[in-house]
Design a protein around this ligand. Structure first.
Ligand code: BTN
Length: 254
């Protein structure tokens, strides 16, 4: 805990050697009244969760498997943007700490040369019209050798060590991630999301690309043009502009 440089985030640190999912632990703690800024980290997750009900590979002591509890004063409809904000903060932290410049695939996957390095899963609990808590789950592949990824991830996942050839100090990187996330969070509370959504665009690898969108009830292709003030992806199709709030977007190879 002493290495942490953030004030709010990491106020309380809950550490596990193994758990099903740090997001599950964080949601339990939040429901039991944990203070804002409480973080949960685990060396390993035996049932790490990704978006769209997928699993998330989380081997022991080789990554940052982290969940952050926030209790923001904004209305529930703003929560989904936290995921874009987090992607920007983590991308910046990685760039500052390692010099590696990554890109963000809408909404919040962090990629390096076509392979996924970081996943983010935001979950919210709201009562009436107020946010009770938001849990932001962040999984960063840090010291996983390329050959250690399971077969099905070999061609689509990477790690900081695989990219740089060096082992990365996880605690220091964690500390940097919390500093960046804290400053982004304070910024949105004070001035709203506009500034960070614009920053998101500068890291985006999705905008300007031909994409396939697998939505909840429809599938279509088009060109990703922009994101709007809700963080939704605007895709220009043959039938006009489609607004994508959730779903799976893949970039079509050229
Ligand atoms: C995705 O790739 O779709 C999101 C992956 C999110 C993984 C992180 S690891 C820490 C936290 N606990 C989980 O079970 N998931 C998130």
């Amino acid at each position: 805990k002493s290495v942490l440089k953030s004030d709010l985030l990491g106020k309380e640190v809950v550490h596990f050697f193994d758990t099903d999912s740090t997001n599950n632990e964080a949601k339990k703690l939040a429901a039991d009244g944990a203070v804002e800024g409480t973080i949960v980290v685990s060396e390993a997750q035996n049932s790490g969760r990704g978006r769209l009900s997928r699993g998330f590979f989380s081997p022991a002591s080789k990554g940052i498997w982290l969940s952050v509890i926030l209790r923001p004063s904004f209305a529930p409809q703003h929560a989904s943007k936290c995921t874009l904000v987090t992607a920007v903060a983590v991308t910046k932290a990685i760039e500052k700490f390692t010099g590696i410049r990554c890109g963000i695939k809408w909404p919040n996957d962090i990629f390096y040369e076509g392979k996924k390095l970081v996943g983010i899963l935001t979950e919210m609990n709201a009562e009436m019209d107020a946010v009770n808590y938001i849990v932001i789950g962040i999984g960063i592949n840090v010291n996983i050798a390329q050959a250690e990824f399971p077969e099905e991830l070999q061609r689509i996942a990477t790690s900081l060590q695989a990219i740089s050839g060096n082992a990365i100090e996880r605690k220091e990187l964690l500390s940097q991630v919390l500093v960046e996330l804290e400053s982004a969070y304070l910024e949105i509370l004070k001035n709203g999301f506009l500034h960070i959504l614009n920053e998101w665009k500068t890291y985006s690898i999705t905008l300007g690309q031909a994409v396939n969108v697998i939505g909840i009830d429809q599938t279509f292709s088009g060109i990703a043009k922009d994101i709007d003030e809700d963080g939704a992806l605007l895709v220009e199709t043959e039938n006009g502009v489609e607004r994508v709030l959730a779903g799976d977007v893949s970039i079509r190879p050229k």
